[in-house]
Design a protein around this ligand. Structure first.
Ligand SMILES: [Zn+2]
Length: 57
């Protein structure tokens, strides 16, 4: 689950689509449009990036 840092809405990974730009990975909250930063902790067994939320971001 990801949690919006602005409004505390919670989303499962298939509800919101992670995006990336020059400053890194993020997802946009569907409720309030807040940009939530994500951290890529490396590829999983299938080679896809694993994106997590850091507690301090
Ligand atoms: Zn939100």
């Amino acid at each position: 689950m990801w949690t919006c840092r602005n409004c505390n809405a919670r989303f499962s990974f298939n509800q919101v689509e992670a995006q990336a730009d020059e400053s890194g990975f993020f997802f946009i909250c569907r409720d309030c449009d807040y940009r939530n930063n994500l951290v890529n902790v490396g590829p999983d067994a299938a080679g896809r990036p694993q994106l997590i939320q850091r507690d301090d971001k």
